[in-house]
Write a protein that binds this ligand. Sequence first.
Ligand code: SF4
Length: 453
Amino acid sequence: MAVRNNRLTAEEYAQHFSDIHPPFETRDAAMVDANRCLFCYDAPCTKSCPTGINVPKFIKQITTDNIKGAAFTIFSSNIMGGGCAKVCPVEKLCEGACVYNLMEEEAIPIARLQRYATERAIAQKWQLFERKPGIGKKVAIVGAGPAGLSCAHALSREGVDVTIFEKEEKGGGLMTYGIAAYKVTPEFCCDEVDFITSLGGIDIQYGKVLGQDVTLTELQQAYDAVYLAFGVGMARQLYIPGEQLEGVVDAINFIYDIRNSGYPAVPVGDQVAVIGMGMTAIDAATQAKRLGAKEVTLVYRRTQQEMPCTEAEMNIALLDGCKIVWLAAPAEIRGEEGRVTQLVCHAVKLEADAGGRRQPVITDEKIVLPVDMVIKATGQMPFEQLIHDCQLQHNNGKIAVTDNGVTSINGVFSGGDCVNGGKEVVDAVQAGKDGAKVILAYLLEGGNARNSL
Ligand code: SF4
């Protein structure tokens, strides 16, 4: 057993990490699906999109070959509509709500049609938006992820000058660094950031860490308002013996390395256990398999009924040959000579608590998996110390805000994962739009103390 990199040939890497949802091959293929849409008056697909994209409208525009119009419709609601078409869990959002499901027929492939319009717009660098004349105000945004970019674009359109402070070397946040490469490529993410900033009025300063290179107080002094959108932080620890052994990694770093260093450079084991059943766990498991691991086992302490990922996500892992052990709670990671050799779990049964929610209860039975790599994917922790240092009110490390992103400090606003603890990309995009709206109102009113918690 060995954890090593460079397991496959260049052709195999290319094949394993190719687009999991290929685009339409021809215009006619897109037209056939677009023309199936019933253009529902009270479109449930639009209602189920967190950014409220007018789905029937953009599909109608595609049917008349008005691709620019379709792209404008999508981007007007969701400036990351290109990336979201590739990474959104559409089976529980727009496509899951499509009325065709009620007729037990295949839903309209909304994401694929959205991709058909947006990919062309991004590739051909269409200028779909114009900035209003400058209003003489400037806003600092911390984080160039989906919430920060969405807020920046919406503010810049209104004539506000925006500077984004980003700790990484590239923009895009979770989209660029936290999602499986077969869903969205790093190159597409760079193009998407360029497309957003091509509007003008948005300056991204890379390699700038809040609390180290710049403080919140400095930003408050230098800008008319501040929007915090720095996401969530490190992976949650398991707090079990053996967690420090060589071969135990966290999913966030594992996926980050694949995105940042390229597939061959990332070491993977022969027998890999992935702890968790969220989207990040699935992305880590499938990518471990695609990097050349012989056996990948997902370990989850509840059942399929409670798993956080969608059934479609789980099926990707199963189709890749990953196994799932349900009702198993990690108890200990064992090793030899400092390297991981076994994952020991308690078998679990579920019992209803006082509120009726099924809770895992540990039994005496043990499950032992021989492994040479363990990937932890049990969620992320907020940047609690940073938030504390900024003297912001918070709820267990998540920034406390009103419904529209107003924090406890006047003139400081926040949204996205640093507020909600981690949701979908599309939720962060909407949070950025909401933040921009309230910041603009604040700027136009000249700023006042009503704008704090
Ligand atoms: Fe078209 Fe389905 Fe939306 Fe109706 S629910 S507008 S059929 S995509």
